[in-house]
Ligand binder design. Structure first.
Ligand code: NZQ
Ligand code: ZN
Length: 384
């Protein structure tokens, strides 16, 4: 096992009716900026619950954070937060709202000219406004991690930043808030969770049996609970399990002391930036073909996944790895998630060329062992 340090200051408040607890979580003397997206929270009653819980607070609002939150929109919120001198940011929505809020928290306090550098250059920073979250979409794990992924319209870029100062102070996860999710978002969230676990698990073995068992346990739970929520979006118990899977999929527990991949995400971010695919959609296209290209290097972990989560019987590791790849794609398709560019009328050769060129320009090497060169990305994407 590799050395690691771990500290997560986020308090998780989980379950039905938890939004009412907001008043115990934010200091009453703070001026709060509530940040949300395109209005889903006004239709499903979450907005009202938040307003009720915080009726005695000095609360102002910023709406319009889009899916794949943009730098351009977030900077409008930064302006408002500075003008109004707010001292607490409350994100209410999905991963995009929370990611945008984390960036806003850092950007408000940033002294330089161009806060985009926090993302594009991954600059260090000393201060950020405190952030709290009411999560309405199980997917990103943003509610219990310190990452934010920000897109920039003007340059068609999408980059992640990670900094301990943007861990949420608390996150409220009430599975009932997810009952209003369109099936498309439920699906995206399940794929995202699955792929997070795999970015952390399906690498090379450094003797982390506990972390591996957690990862496989999470994936088994996800595969078991998924059909229930696809059948009934209001199945509270199944939704509660899916929500907790999503949070634990990327709160870093699975990755401690282990080796991480992230190539599927890095390639997926480019596809979102270039073609507007939703995050989950991009991952479902890349993962199976990336695993085919990297089968030998990942055979050990993929074989274990095949046997423990997918009930494959193959004794040979490479054959078992094949089984894991097939069953993973089958699982994606079983919930109606496309796995091919052609499903979106995107030309694979064109996409492969564009992404390759971007990675070449940036000198990007991907994967747990940095073996995924721009040329290999090309070869993977042309088969997608
Ligand atoms: O904007 P509103 O109106 O709220 O609608 C949203 C949005 O249109 C809607 N929605 C959210 N909760 C709902 C709901 N609709 C009905 N009922 C509800 N309860 O769903 C749409 C998608 O929301 P979004 O927040 O974009 O989805 P998600 O949570 O999947 O977040 C995706 C973003 O997170 C990033 C992705 O790259 C993408 O930008 N990620 C963040 C990570 C992190 N912070 O650690 C890691 C991930 O790998 C991921 O990259
Ligand atoms: Zn993701």
């Amino acid at each position: 096992m590799n050395n690691f340090e771990f500290y997560c200051p986020t308090k998780i408040v989980f379950g039905k009716g938890s939004i009412a607890k907001l008043k115990n979580l934010i200091d009453k003397n703070k001026k709060v900026l509530m940040i949300y997206g395109g209005g889903s929270i006004k239709k499903n009653g979450v907005y009202e619950q938040v307003k009720n819980a915080l009726k005695d607070y000095n609360l102002i609002e910023f709406s319009g954070i889009e899916p794949n939150p943009t730098y351009e929109t977030c900077m409008k919120a930064v302006e408002l937060a500075r003008k109004e001198n707010v001292d607490f940011l409350l994100a209410v929505g999905g991963g995009s709202v929370l990611d945008g809020t984390k960036f806003i928290a850092a950007a408000v306090k940033y002294k330089g000219q161009e806060p985009y550098e926090l993302v594009s250059k991954g600059l260090d920073f000393e201060e950020a406004l405190p952030v709290g979250a009411v999560m309405t979409l199980p997917a990103t794990g943003s509610e219990m991690n310190c990452a934010a992924v920000i897109s920039r319209i003007s340059t068609k870029e999408k980059f992640a930043m990670r900094h301990p100062n943007v861990y949420p102070e608390f996150s409220i996860i009430d599975p009932e808030t997810t009952f209003s999710l369109p099936i498309k978002q439920v699906r995206n969230g399940i794929i995202d969770t699955f792929v997070h676990v795999m970015e952390l698990y399906a690498t090379y073995d450094v003797n982390t049996p506990l972390q591996d068992s957690w990862a496989l346990g999470l994936v088994k739970t996800l595969i078991q609970e998924t059909p229930k929520v696809i059948k009934n979006n209001k199945d509270y118990d199944a939704k509660a399990n899916i929500c907790w899977c999503a949070t634990c999929g990327l709160n870093y527990w699975l990755s401690l002391g282990a080796v991480q991949d992230w190539s599927t995400h890095r390639i997926g971010h480019e596809l979102t930036a270039l073609y507007g695919l939703a995050h989950g959609q991009s991952l479902a296209i890349v993962l199976p073909r990336l695993w085919e290209a990297r089968k030998k290097d990942k055979a050990n972990k993929l074989a274990k996944l095949a046997r423990e989560a997918f009930n494959c019987k193959e004794i040979d590791d490479l054959k078992a790895a094949d089984c894991a790849i097939k069953k993973t794609e089958k699982f994606f398709k079983s919930i109606g998630m496309p796995t091919k560019f052609s499903d979106y009328k995107i030309n694979p050769l064109e996409a492969a060329q564009k992404v390759k060129e971007r990675f070449e320009q940036r000198g990007t090497l991907l994967g747990e062992d940095e073996k995924v060169t721009p040329q290999m990305v090309y070869d993977i994407l042309k088969n997608c």
